[in-house]
Design a protein around this ligand. Structure first.
Ligand SMILES: NC(=O)c1ccc[n+]([C@@H]2O[C@H](COP(=O)([O-])OP(=O)(O)OC[C@H]3O[C@@H](n4cnc5c(N)ncnc54)[C@H](OP(=O)(O)O)[C@@H]3O)[C@@H](O)[C@H]2O)c1
Length: 256
């Protein structure tokens, strides 16, 4: 496709977004559509995906109802959606789950459930999107949503921290492997953003603890739109020389 002067002009390129039914993934999908991307909204909840769909700009978008914990269904689902979208340019894996457990309650099944969605589903999605017969020829952009907790620790979040650190490590390896096909691979590490996920996790904490967490972000807590703008930049053809990066979008949390 032709190069555009605009920093983030997708010129009709197709991007699959997981977690599109809520929070950060929904904001990424909306922001992408404003920059002329065709978006495939992936998630389990059809009703909430339809709410996102109603907020998209432009046309040519699709909805993909999919439980990402069922890894064996991902490849076929992407191949099927390709039938109506044509070549796929990229993906943003924003779907994620968190479970707060102290070490003694952090059993294998608790960690596995987070691993399944946060890491393994994203890797399987990348495998599907990057199939030579499904992807746009000669270019591509993959984006994973990691977390500041892939970089710094948080009590009670052993499984979550482990999966998010693994996302950033996998991003670097994929970036090196896929560079020869001009497919870029990056991740974002958001700090505290108020969404369904944080409402659930913060609900377990005292008001004072929540205030401390917010105060640990020099610019305060973020909004899903703050993350979405960074996501659109990293996904867009305009960031053509950036790969293997892990961008903190955290209001200064990890700068301290
Ligand atoms: N909010 C923060 O402060 C923060 C900070 C750092 C990183 N993050 C990361 O940002 C990403 C988005 O989080 P959020 O805060 O926007 O959370 P959210 O509002 O709870 O959204 C999570 C999304 O993940 C999807 N999802 C979960 N399990 C799924 C499954 N098995 N199959 C398909 N979809 C599934 C949900 O879809 P359904 O509608 O199907 O449930 C939902 O759309 C996550 O990866 C999270 O770890 C968030």
């Amino acid at each position: 496709m032709a190069e555009s002067d605009s920093l983030a002009d997708f010129a009709g390129r197709c991007v699959v977004v997981t977690g599109a039914s809520s929070g950060i993934g929904r904001a990424v999908a909306i922001e992408l559509s404003r920059h002329d991307a065709r978006v495939v909204l992936a998630g389990r909840n059809e009703e909430r995906l339809a709410e996102t769909s109603a907020r998209l700009a432009g046309d040519g978008h699709r909805t993909l109802v999919l439980d990402l914990a069922r890894h064996d269904a991902i490849g076929d689902a992407i191949a099927q959606v390709h039938g109506s979208t044509g070549p796929i340019y990229g993906m943003c894996h924003a779907a994620g789950v968190v479970a707060t457990r102290p070490l003694q309650a952090n059993k294998v099944d608790v960690v596995q459930a987070q691993l399944d969605v946060n890491l393994l589903a994203g890797l399987e999605l990348a495998r599907a999107v990057c199939r030579r017969d499904l992807m746009t020829d000669g270019e591509g952009s993959l984006l994973f949503v990691s977390s500041v907790y892939g970089r710094v620790g948080m009590p009670g979040q052993i499984g979550y921290c482990a999966t998010k650190g693994a996302v950033a490590a996998a991003t670097r390896a994929m970036a090196l492997e896929l560079a020869r096909r001009n497919i870029r691979v990056n991740c974002l590490s958001p700090g505290l953003v108020r969404t369904d996920m944080t409402d659930q996790a913060l609900g377990l904490l005292s008001d004072e603890h929540v205030r401390k967490l917010e105060a640990a972000h020099p610019l305060g807590a973020g909004r899903p739109e703050d993350v979405a703008r960074a996501a659109v930049f990293l996904l867009s053809p305009g960031s053509r020389w950036i790969t293997g990066a892990d961008l903190a979008v955290d209001g200064g949390f990890t700068a301290q």
